[in-house]
Design a binder for this molecule. Sequence first.
Ligand SMILES: [Zn+2]
Ligand SMILES: [Zn+2]
Ligand SMILES: [Zn+2]
Length: 320
Amino acid sequence: MSILKNAVESIQIGMEDFHDSDDRRVLSAIRNLYAGILLLFKYKLQQLSPSGSDEVLLKAKILPLVSPDTGEIEWAGKGKKTVDVQDITERLRSLGVIEIEWTRLEQLQRIRNEIEHYYSPLSAERMKEAVASALHLVMQFCEPYLEKTPSEILGEECWGQMLDVASVYDAELKSCREKLEVVNWSFKEVLESVPYMRCPECDSELLRLRDSTLKDKDKVFVCGTCHEDSNYASVVGSAVSESQAGANHWSIRKGGDLITESCPECGADSYLRAQDQCVACLYIPDNTACKWCKGRLEINEHWEGVCSYCQYKYDKLMAE
Ligand SMILES: [Zn+2]
Ligand SMILES: [Zn+2]
Ligand SMILES: [Zn+2]
């Protein structure tokens, strides 16, 4: 069976099982949906493999060989192992498939692992999140890279089912995000992190605040999926670390300083260097300037109150 046909059938079976309330079929729905999406990507790798190369891009291990006929270097697959998720995304990215939100694939994989390893019955909301992730991947991938619309590839019925489920989920998510975006957060970094906020208990994105008028430290998030409460620091810490990761990376590459650092109090990468405060646990150090030279103290020097240079000079003096 061709890879594309296999991919389409997996996704179609996934969507059929999705409508069932039987737990075992829920497991099969997620497995099939995830497998189908991976197969779609593999189909592209198959297409991109040079002709006569025995679908080299689908092989986990690729070795260069000198062709006995032409004397030129050719790439050949070694062994039976085929590409895994990481290989698939790396190869497609490097071959120009870039307009894809790969984090959605990771999200789908996380949900599949959750249900596979813990065999926990997946909540209806989490199921919808999986379908929504699959749908966005299909939308971003099919037309630009396979030159067919999603409904041409998956069939009108299956695509219609996906759209129904995903639009309900996306509407719910939009409403959660809009409410969080109008909250009067004390830090702009927290506002920027809203799209990264997730429930620490179940990883769902459907978070709301119990009372948005409370002070930051008293704010409580409630999850629309598992209905657990989470405190401000536990949600904001990881959201800010994730949302600032790109800015940190670029700042360092340009020879600058980190924008957020690891907080000595809560451990999240949410300590704002410029303001000397953690936006998650709201930790503020007692000392931010060296008591001897008045220079700026790094996070690991706060406790001593002396910068490492002064400390070094002092230790050297004492040793003489
Ligand atoms: Zn939750
Ligand atoms: Zn902190
Ligand atoms: Zn100093």
